[in-house]
Design a protein around this ligand. Structure first.
Ligand code: PGA
Length: 253
């Protein structure tokens, strides 16, 4: 039997609050029935300004709310930042951190991502930690070295007292994001098996899941879902088309 899957919709900076509300209203009934039917975890991650508007729409449904970033610091004098306490008050159950679009802009480093993960775990919000190599790193066979160094500061979190906490690691090759390209199945299988072996000893007391992200579509998800170690998907542009997003969720079962 196939295991329950996780689907996180990363709406990036594509939508205004009004557009995000419209999309949520259009999609929530069908996505909720898919979540109930398959027992899948479906997380909507709009931009900060939309969180407060989406929260009341999805509270009565099985859909979950996620943010796209957070500050690692306690509430205080941090202009332009959002605290974990704010995310908690808005009922965010998840938060994407370390997305390659933020790492590329210098907004996130391996160390800051670990600090953010720690702050989120302390508040029982599941971090969705993005990792992935660039095309040049992929072509020069440096993928595993890159992923290891991105994960290294995170492994020190294993010393945290953990209760019901969960952590997701989303492997997103930078060259697969928004390009329509996905890695070959053999390559992905190898990476996910390697990630499982690498992470298991460190996260023994923490429930962790491995996601894949980068050009996930209804036309390629059948192949991706056949890789055993993939627990779910982080989905960008396909999640902005709610019928395509529904197809992806449904095709996985
Ligand atoms: P994409 O984005 O599905 O549009 O490739 C994925 C992501 O950036 O999380």
């Amino acid at each position: 039997m196939k295991k329950e899957k996780i689907f996180a919709a990363n709406w990036k900076m594509y939508l205004t609050p009004q557009q995000a509300v419209e999309l949520t209203k259009q999609a929530s009934a069908a996505l909720s029935s898919l979540a109930n039917k398959h027992g899948s975890t479906i997380i909507l991650c709009p931009s900060f300004s939309s969180l407060v508007l989406i929260q009341p729409i999805i509270t009565p449904t099985p859909l979950l709310l996620g943010a796209q970033n957070c500050s690692p610091l306690a509430p205080g004098a941090q202009t332009g930042e959002e605290s974990v306490a704010t995310l908690k008050e808005l009922d965010c159950s998840h938060c994407i951190i370390g997305h390659s679009e933020r790492r590329a802009n210098g907004y996130d480093t391996n160390e800051s991502v670990a600090q953010k993960a720690k702050a989120l775990l302390t508040s029982n919000i599941t971090p969705i930690v993005c990792i992935g190599e660039t095309l040049a790193e992929f072509q020069s066979h440096k993928t595993k070295d890159v992923l290891k160094s991105q994960l290294a500061p995170l492994f020190s979190l294993a010393s945290l007292e953990t209760g019901k906490q969960q952590l997701y690691i989303a492997y997103e090759p930078v060259w697969a994001i928004g390009t329509g390209l996905i890695p070959e199945k053999n390559y992905l299988t190898e990476i996910f098996e390697w990630l499982t072996t690498l992470c298991s000893p460190y996260f023994a007391t923490l429930s962790y899941k491995l996601l894949y992200g980068g050009s996930v579509k209804s036309t390629n998800v059948n192949e991706l879902v056949s890789i055993n170690q993939i627990d779910g998907f982080l989905i960008g542009s396909s999640s902005l088309d709610f019928q395509e997003f529904e197809k992806i969720v449904d095709y996985c079962y």
